[in-house]
Design a protein around this ligand. Sequence first.
Ligand code: ATP
Ligand code: MG
Length: 229
Amino acid sequence: MNNAPVMEVVDVHRSFTIGARKLDVLRGVSLSVSEGESLAITGLSGAGKSTLLHVMGGLDRPSAGKVRYRGRDLYALGDRERSAIRAQKIGFVFQAYHLLPELTVLENVMLPGLSADGAFLRGQALYARARDLLRQVGLAERVAHRPNELSGGEQQRAAIARALMNRPELLLADEPTGNLDSRTGEEVLQYLFQLATESCLTLVLVTHNEGLAERCSRRLYLRDGQIVE
Ligand SMILES: Nc1ncnc2c1ncn2[C@@H]1O[C@H](COP(=O)(O)OP(=O)(O)OP(=O)(O)O)[C@@H](O)[C@H]1O
Ligand SMILES: [Mg+2]
């Protein structure tokens, strides 16, 4: 294991302008994520947790500040380089899943592996990995369904499988068990924490779940757009 941080967030600000009003959602957030750790981010609804996760995932450019992935300033890179890092290194589970409605569950999970940046497996191996991930999250019987034929919790698990497709080093997951009953949530978490231990997957989990936050190696609380340890 290497002690250099996987990700560093340095004095990040993110504001939104709605009409004449400016809303300062992140107001100087700094944090560092080390390899193999599991970090829980908690905070009240509207505190800016999803906004922070999007900024960390290279999906939303901060108004000020830096996000470094293994020392590389994500938003100073060109779009293609940033997309390549996202595809190869960072798995993202959206709070609202964002599965593609016209694809089956299996196709949704395979998709990241089919992108030019993500392609490290082909043909049968890609298919087998997607099926294996779906089995791990308990969806072996749902591979041919489309997202609108799944329950909310099933969509959530498909989104987790998709995020793991390219064997990311860092998983950013927004309330990954928010829609799961306690037993299913436990199974999915067991799997994620097992990957963290065995494959050195680094986890950043936004959660409202106390039990989950306590299980992580570290937790941060986001309040008024700033981090409180
Ligand atoms: N694109 C946007 N445009 C304007 N305001 C936004 C935008 N995205 C988020 N916000 C505002 O930023 C604030 C924080 O939103 P965010 O989604 O980050 O909260 P959250 O902590 O994830 O909340 P929850 O726990 O409910 O998911 C909210 O008040 C929201 O209205
Ligand atoms: Mg949110």
